[in-house]
Design a protein. Sequence first.
Length: 494
Amino acid sequence: MRTSLSTCACAALLALTSCSPKAAPVKALPEPSEPIAVPPDPRYQALPEPGEARDFTAPAVSQSQLSFGSTLWHLSSGDLPLVSVHLVFPTGAASDPTGKEGLTLLAADMLDEGAGTRDALGLSDELGRLATDYSASSGVDYVLLSMDTLEDTFDESLALLADMVRRPKLSKDEFERRRAHHVASAQAALADPNSRLSAGLHHVLFGDGYAGLPAAGVAQSLAAITHLDVKNHVRKLTVPDGAHFVVTGKIEQQTAQALIEKHFAGWKGKRTEVKRTPGQAQPGGQVYLVDFPGAAQSALAVAMPAGSAEDPNFFRELVMNERVGGAFTGRINMNLREDKGYTYGAYGLFRRYRQAGYYAIMSSVISEATTASVQEILRELTELCEKRPLTEAEHQEAVAGLLLGYPREFATVDRLGMKLASLPIYGRPADYLTTWPQNVEAVSLAEARTAATPYCNASSYRIVIAGDREKLTPAFTELGLPVVPLDQNGRLQK
């Protein structure tokens, strides 16, 4: 007997169609069982008590002179077979010619685009084979060539670093490729409010002089850089005079020095000093605004010039700011985030360079709360000197917080390497890391209060914002704060 098509379909889809002559009965859900009583765990009946604070002493740094004129900074650290090496050149973005900003960064970036007998891909493959992480960076005062290596591959990795520094290929094809990349990055940065805030902040505080122009350059300045510019700049940059090797990790000082001498022996060259002084800062008591139409948030900085990395008030100001904006529980963040709900976070910092610096309170706030946020920041700062000076409890919390957080700077080899590299970059002594806790602890309440004095005058601050100009201008005008427009590169709009 043949089975009909409809019969087969009905049998196959019995659970989904109405072909079934009788629906399956629905089973009743079981009655819920009685909850099982679990006795409370005594470990969770109260908040844990902090244990005894452990004594911490930063490891000692050793310095030695290399045969070719550079300096070796060394610090043994950790049990893992990891080594971090940084080569510091004291020539940074401040040396970029006017109109060719970004030249130093581009020159540093070209060093691993082929060196010695290897082209760019061959060099990259060899770094990968050695499990070595390499990077190049540039700041106002320095170029940093960094390698994180295994203990066993440090020798071979150092040989590659020597090729990059002493025998870079600097081919024209690679130059054009990397320049195009940097131009594209500069153009993409125009859409980033935080990037535009930084560009505007530096220009407002330092003009066209030292620290006033972006180390990464802008699209126009990068496009103006030629292949010959880069080749000449590399020759001036990569000389042993004034350079520093910074080595941290599981390697002895004698071993590190011997291997550096092996690969860099006979390296020669004198550094050409390029001096650029800070430019004229724009007046305080004004709002400098980069326009982002329709922005839901405003990236803002309330800032003023401050001392350089060598400022004698460095530690007093560090302690002062810790309770104002340095810590999560600082006054500014507690006000704007916890009390008002204007932001996810607000913080204060001192940014120090070799010749200049600034103090800033920075945050990203909802657009509608921009003017209110600025008012609250200025109020908190002005009250530091008279109405609400730092209290004894705040002073103790600031010192304790800084000291308790200090050991984490030594937690990993790469982080420690960057910490140590900052010493030659900013002209600090070899015992800086070991004396840092004592210098913090030595700051008295009276000294922290006195350190706040230059930062209590609201009219001294420049308010720099990346946000919706049309929405924000009327509110700031009502407050008596003129709005000065900045272009997308952070410069005064013409």
